[in-house]
Design a protein around this ligand. Structure first.
Ligand code: NAI
Length: 400
């Protein structure tokens, strides 16, 4: 991928480098236009949740991605059509094997215009040094600084523990994903882990505010500050400072390696977890594994202005693509999260309920959950249940 994206990432991730430099570069009329932070704030303030367009409908960017992404998106469109969800998708294929960034630029522009996206994982094909992950580029360009994963057990799914209910709040744009590596002398490679006060504070505040708003009791900050004293030390110190504004919430901290062991042996001790980028992906994969694998849970990426919804573990599932065995539940849950975000709460409710009833009550499960059902069996059962459910449309909105 062109160097331009690496430079953009560097500018968006390292505030001290951006002082006096553009925070973000966008294409306007074919030209690169640099924006300062204040110009961006002026331009984008107050567009948290996009307002509905004609007839109460929302436009949403759909990025199918690779592997099982396209087939899962097909199910989402089928379900949305069936319940009359007031959403029009703008579908953008990003082909990682093509040269250049045109697809990626188009996707980012589309999300900026629509405010919301649903996405599968886009494969990073090349190991080349100038190849930047499109997934990371999207998160950084849109400043989606927090990833939220609500990990709840599904009754009846074989797992080591029952009744897990943990919320992971992950810093989503810097930390170990800075992708700033170099070989200082032959045989010695250095990699920068970037922690900034600004982003550590935004994610800690999100975690404590989430706990307050959702009647949660405890936030645990995950770190390795005993070894990474400056970077993780700063992340932990900022969390402790933010905690002072939330005295009713308990705050403790735990080292990442111990956290993984504690999650496997006693996950019930955790309530809300606050962590850096890499620890976030490790911990989310551990918990998803405990609950039932990559096919169940959804995750949401939020910034101040945009939101992107996707399966919680962000896998591509390339080996099972096209075999009609991929579990569609995580992507369906992501689509219902998206409807909730847009305020279409009734449509979200019936989709959550029908999905839950299919997996838990009817026991229609794909092989990853120990079942024998195909992906289409799961979707057809969801549609069957949806046919019996009533969507209470808010006044002023009509089913088409
Ligand atoms: P993968 O795509 O091979 O999936 C891991 C396992 O989960 C496989 O056995 C797969 O069959 C299964 N799986 C995934 N989704 C499933 C579904 N919906 N239903 C049933 N089974 C499902 O994952 P891997 O090797 O971790 O990553 C593949 C690609 O995804 C790589 O390009 C990687 O960079 C990218 N990726 C993975 C992330 C992760 O958290 N694991 C995070 C970000 C990117």
């Amino acid at each position: 991928m062109a160097l331009r994206y690496t430079q953009r990432l560097l500018q968006t991730q390292v505030p001290f480098l951006t002082r006096g430099y553009p925070l973000l570069v966008t294409k306007e009329k074919g030209e690169d236009v640099a924006h300062t932070k204040s110009a961006l704030q002026k331009k984008w303030t107050g567009v948290d949740i996009p307002s509905a367009q004609y007839g109460g409908r929302h436009a949403v960017t759909m990025l199918p991605g690779g592997g099982i992404g396209p087939e899962l998106m097909h199910y989402i469109r089928e379900i949305f059509r069936f319940v009359g969800a007031p959403v029009d998708f703008e579908v953008i294929e990003i082909d990682p094997s093509t040269e250049g960034n045109d697809d990626l630029d188009y996707a980012i522009t589309s999300i900026k215009r629509n405010g919301v996206a649903i996405k599968g994982n886009i494969e990073t094909k090349s190991q080349g040094l100038d190849e930047v992950s499109r997934n990371v580029a999207i998160r950084n360009e849109l400043d989606l600084y927090v990833n939220v994963l609500h990990c709840r057990s599904y009754p009846g799914i074989p797992s080591r523990h029952k009744n897990i209910d943990v919320v992971l709040i992950r810093q989503n744009t810097d930390g170990e994903y800075a992708m700033l590596e170099h070989e200082s002398v032959r045989g010695v490679v250095e990699s920068m882990k970037v922690v900034t006060v600004e982003n550590a504070e935004r994610v800690a505040r999100y975690a404590f505010e989430y706990a307050r708003q959702n009647n949660r009791k405890k936030v645990t900050t995950i770190h390795k500050a005993n070894i990474m004293k400056l970077s993780d030390g700063l992340f932990l110190e900022v969390a402790k400072n933010v905690h002072k504004e939330y005295p009713e919430i308990e705050h403790n901290n735990m080292i990442i390696d111990n956290t993984c062991m504690q999650l496997v042996s006693n996950p019930h001790q955790f309530d809300v977890m606050n962590m850096t980028n890499l620890y976030g992906t490790i911990v989310s994969n551990v918990i998803c594994g405990l609950i039932g694998g990559a096919g169940l849970l959804s995750g949401a990426n939020y910034g101040d202005h945009f939101a992107v919804f996707e399966p919680g573990t962000r896998n591509t599932g390339t080996a099972i693509a096209g075999k009609n065995i991929a579990n569609p539940v995580a992507m369906i849950n992501a689509s219902a999260d998206m409807l909730n975000h847009l305020g279409h709460k009734e449509h979200a409710r019936v989709i959550y309920e029908a999905t839950y009833e299919t997996v838990v009550n009817d026991g229609i499960r794909t092989p990853d959950l120990g079942g024998t059902a195909s992906s289409t069996d799961v979707v057809e059962n969801i549609l069957k249940i949806l046919a019996r459910k009533r969507v209470n449309w808010p006044q002023g909105q009509y089913r088409d």
